[in-house]
Design a protein around this ligand. Sequence first.
Ligand code: PEP
Ligand code: MN
Length: 345
Amino acid sequence: MIIVMKSKADPQELDNVIKWIESAGYKPHVSKGVERTIIGAIGDERGKVVLKALETMPGVEKVMPILQPYKLASRETKEGNTVITVGEVKIGGPKFVVIAGPCAVESEEQLMESAYVVKKAGASMLRGGAFKPRTSPYSFQGMGEEGLKILAQAREKTGLPVVTEVMSTSEVELVESYADVLQVGARNTQNFALLKAVGQAKKPVLLKRGMMTTLEELLMSAEYILASGNDHVILCERGIRTFETAMRNTLDISAVPVLKDKTHLPVIVDPSHAIGQWKFVLPLAKAAVAVGADGLLIEVHPDPQRALSDGPQSLKPEKFYKLMDEIESIAKIVRKEYAQGHGAH
Ligand code: PEP
Ligand code: MN
């Protein structure tokens, strides 16, 4: 249920309501808006009539059911956008955010070179997988902790926060000790044990949409993380499986405005994994900015032909500089306020 406080409700009244919710066995989730405070009471749906009694308490305007099955992720519970801060980077705010880097950390040299390209291009964060989910067990599986160390080193040298994937519950603590943002990949979107584990982590989570998950399922997966105590979730559309075989996946561009309507969480787009071919990454990236995404995740590699994973979809540095240039002008039109000094090279 959602408890909407009166705009004139005082802190004592809010406190009393919170205590009442807790005593009824529900978890209060307070969201302070500009106008008024709303409280999501999260718990067993069957007892929600009990919460209706809150309407008689001082300071309470009304009590309404949350219609969506994802309670904390829903815009019903929080009207304003969630802005996630990672170091000096803000995701979900007016500034468009680009996260870029190679698919996998392959060596210190390869990652450092990528990191300088990403920095020079004016992107905000560095990506790179140390634990790689590969279709074949014979493919390169990632450098593991060694890769995490290289990522941390790149952050130190460039100041860029790093995003990297965590594949299993047993590795959450390790990955969290090095990364700034934990990525949950498309193959783990509905790995509920992993979602609960990253929900207990202190770092933001970049949650990718599975190749076969509906938007509602994606939001329910986000709900697992939020319900476990981590409010910092970034959603990522990365293409879904359709009957079309001309591309690696089909980028569901319509997911962006629909998600933005349903949730307060930031939504970014990964055109690289969607299309699977470097030459189409730019047009899809432009589309993502234009459709209202909060950011992009782009694979960049200093030498894509030698990449150990996802080379065909990775941009060479000069192509990435061009992309940064071209999306800037679109972002200027689409975003209300777009910081200056972006993308010099
Ligand atoms: C990746 O980001 O390199 C990756 C494996 O992505 P996805 O989980 O979307 O396939
Ligand atoms: Mn990849």
